[in-house]
Write a protein that binds this ligand. Structure first.
Ligand SMILES: [Zn+2]
Ligand SMILES: [Zn+2]
Length: 157
């Protein structure tokens, strides 16, 4: 699916796509974790699976079930996104965004999913930390998620 830049952005921001998620989908860095989260929901509605992979923490990208993501993206009818809250301290390299995503399954049943997602700032770009995939490292090594903390004080918990 393609979307004209002047159409309302599917992420629910009430901005036009070209002034909202499109620049991110074309490679611009998300200014904060909430914008990255919105652009990822938007990518699901548009079938931009490469973008979903590229915005997951690099240490997890090879573990992603790309074909399942593609099927879910294409077979769902996307109904909308509500961002409930975003916790991001100025200058911090970690953030959480709580949201509700809504969609319709191929059988017509309406679904919704509420989640508090974790995000990490790595080398100036925000990434989604996927809770379905483990990050492995030695307990005293730097955490591969890029937080700058030791693994035992970060994703090992
Ligand atoms: Zn958007
Ligand atoms: Zn970590």
């Amino acid at each position: 699916m393609t979307l004209d830049a002047t159409q309302p952005c599917p992420c629910g921001s009430s901005s036009q796509y070209g002034a909202c998620c499109q620049p991110l989908h074309q490679g611009a860095a998300a200014p904060d974790a909430e914008r990255l989260m919105r652009s990822r929901y938007c990518a699901y509605t548009l079938g931009l699976i490469d973008y979903l992979v590229a915005t997951t923490v690099p240490a997890q990208q090879s573990q992603l079930a790309v074909e399942a993501m593609r099927q879910w993206s294409e077979q769902s009818r996307w109904l909308g996104l509500t961002v409930e809250s975003a916790q991001q301290l100025p200058g911090a390299s970690t953030a959480q965004v709580t949201f509700v995503a809504r969609w319709q399954d191929p059988d017509g049943s309406a679904q919704s999913h509420r989640e508090c997602s974790d995000f990490r700032l790595i080398a100036g770009r925000w990434y989604f930390l996927d809770p379905n995939h483990a990050i492995k490292a030695g307990r005293n090594e730097p955490c591969p998620c890029g937080s700058g903390r030791k693994f035992k004080q970060c994703c090992a918990r």
